[in-house]
Design a protein around this ligand. Structure first.
Ligand SMILES: *[C@@H]1O[C@H](CO)[C@@H](O)[C@H](O)[C@H]1NC(C)=O
Ligand SMILES: *[C@@H]1O[C@H](CO)[C@@H](O)[C@H](O)[C@H]1NC(C)=O
Ligand SMILES: *[C@@H]1O[C@H](CO)[C@@H](O)[C@H](O)[C@H]1NC(C)=O
Ligand SMILES: *[C@@H]1O[C@H](CO)[C@@H](O)[C@H](O)[C@H]1NC(C)=O
Length: 485
């Protein structure tokens, strides 16, 4: 074999399917759910050896910020780092998104460096229904009606108002940042509450809600082609076609065996087939979404992919097994996914991502389908895979027409990518699949070539590309300008 397995040692495998407790009713781990979880994780940051005092505080918030008659409350988790703070200096908020918050995002990185320059206090807010911040349980469809971006932004405003009751914060100006969905929030909170938020840094903010987000996989393909090499793109493309042809040509049993699918996979079920092809694409998307060009991440993953076998199809299958932690067999049935989410509604299993999936159904869509021809993952997973899930997990009211109406309402509320808002700095990765629904050059965004999703969160370093470094310096200057206003 031309390629050696030494490359493997360079790359930490994905942690095996997270242990999900030992409740008897717990459905078996599902590879599709696992692949989605990987796409939803908090952005990875360089680890820091710096010590910092991060305090955890719980803020009492309203369950329903928009209904005065509902006086139910809950406690939201907030992390605070006041190591650099002097009274009256600014508050630098980093907004939590659809993940659990943890201290490192406010102990090191670019935002911390900028806060330090201004003697700022660093605050990390946990979004309702994630981490340890549940306003209400269980996660029934009825209770999840309190999950929305509007509610989450009002939560943040309430936290700011509470902080500003303290003497030391009463004169503090407030600026916010976020990445991915929390960058969407950073944009929208500045739009909705300009008197409270002075300015926002939005790294990789999706701004336009969309049901069929078919451009996403195009950019995943481009990342593999441009950074991993044409051979890598072609390998994925050919292997996917090979399996797709087997299923479509009546050889599903052969594909099932070669992909190591569990016995319960029904080769004649369209929905099961959507799941396996979507899972394979998600495995590659997870790598593209957080690749660092300076680390040669995709060239390394591509050579690992090739090293598994000279045969494209076998190489792809083995690579996917490796990335999913070598399960005995890949469990990817549609019914298994729906059952798992239904189980999570009752057991509010934190890692399920259920409240985020609810938001995709009720507000955003962003279903990463295979509907574009310009990507290497075949044509076997339509957005219907996800809209069916909305319908089968949450409510029969989630018909495609109603989901489209929800998405249209979000774009009406927030004006998509052409949102009129000042003092927002949008940064985008040139190879970030999410950039397709974010602000572009025309809207004033900075595009960092070759970069992926949320790739500019770390401190300025010698490894930064010139464009990345320039963008970081520009942000630092903008913050100075905003604070001087
Ligand atoms: C909430 O409102 C209800 C009805 O208005 C009232 O009975 C109840 O005491 C209130 N609870 C709190 C904690 O204020
Ligand atoms: C930050 O605090 C230090 C020490 O209290 C002070 O000397 C400095 O002027 C402050 N800087 C700013 C930007 O407020
Ligand atoms: C495509 O993949 C199949 C299955 O691995 C393999 O037999 C075939 O040679 C590949 N085709 C090309 C052009 O590499
Ligand atoms: C069903 O969904 C539509 C679109 O979101 C919404 O307007 C309507 O109120 C919903 N009906 C019920 C019974 O929830």
């Amino acid at each position: 074999m031309k390629y050696t397995l030494i490359v493997l040692a360079l790359l930490a495998p994905l942690t095996a399917a997270a242990s999900l407790g030992n409740l008897e009713l717990q459905p078996e781990p599902n590879a599709f759910v696992q692949s989605l979880r990987e796409l939803r994780r908090a952005p990875p940051l360089e680890t820091s050896r710096k010590r910092a005092n991060v305090e955890t505080r719980w803020f009492t918030l309203k369950l329903d910020n928009f209904n005065a008659a509902n006086n139910a409350t809950w406690k939201d988790r907030v992390l605070i780092n006041e190591d650099h703070f002097t009274d009256g200096s600014p508050i630098f908020i980093y907004l939590g998104g659809e993940w659990e918050i943890e201290p490192s995002a406010i102990t090191s990185g670019l935002w911390v460096d900028i806060a330090k320059e201004h003697n700022g206090s660093l605050i990390y807010t946990e979004h309702r229904f994630f981490g340890k911040s549940f306003p209400i349980t269980p996660l029934s469809t009825k209770n999840l009606k309190y999950q929305s971006v509007q509610q989450a932004l009002a939560d943040v405003v309430h936290i700011i108002k509470t902080l500003k009751l303290e003497d030391k914060y009463k004169d503090s100006k407030v600026i916010v940042s976020g990445c991915s969905y929390s960058a969407t929030m950073a944009t929208w909170i500045r739009k909705l509450y300009p008197d409270i938020i002075l300015g926002s840094w939005a790294s990789s903010a999706p701004l336009e809600a969309k049901v069929d987000f078919k451009d996403y996989m195009e950019v995943v393909g481009q990342a593999f082609e441009q950074l991993g090499g044409k051979y890598c793109y072609d390998l994925i493309d050919n292997a996917t076609s090979y399996y797709q042809d087997l299923f479509e040509g009546g050889q599903g049993a052969k594909a099932k065996k070669e992909l190591n699918l569990c016995a319960n996979f029904n080769v004649n079920s369209k929905q099961d087939r959507w799941q396996i092809f979507s899972t394979i694409a998600n495995v590659f998307a997870g790598l593209a979404q957080y690749q660092k060009p300076g680390n040669y991440d995709l060239p390394k993953y591509c050579s690992v992919l090739r090293s598994f076998s000279d045969d494209d199809a076998e190489a792809l299958s083995k690579f996917v097994q490796w990335r999913l932690g070598y399960p005995t067999c890949l469990s990817v049935t549609y019914k298994g996914t729906v059952n798992y989410y239904k189980w999570a509604k009752i057991n509010y299993e934190d890692d399920s991502g259920l409240p985020w999936i609810y938001q995709t159904c009720s507000e955003f869509g962003w279903y990463q389908s295979s509907d574009s021809e310009n990507q290497p993952f075949g044509s076997s997973f339509p957005a219907t895979l996800y809209t069916d899930t909305c319908h089968d997990v949450f409510s029969k009211n989630y018909t495609l027409i109603n989901i489209e109406a929800n998405i249209a309402a979000t774009n009406k509320d927030f004006q998509g990518i052409d949102i009129a808002v000042k003092n927002v700095y949008w940064t985008q990765g040139g190879l970030d699949p999410w950039s397709k629904v974010g602000a572009g050059i025309a809207q004033g965004a900075i595009i960092i070539p070759q970069a992926s999703h949320c790739s500019d969160l770390d401190s300025i370093s010698a490894n930064d590309s010139p464009e990345l470094q320039a963008s970081k310096l520009k942000l630092a200057q903008l913050v100075r300008d905003w604070l001087a206003q």
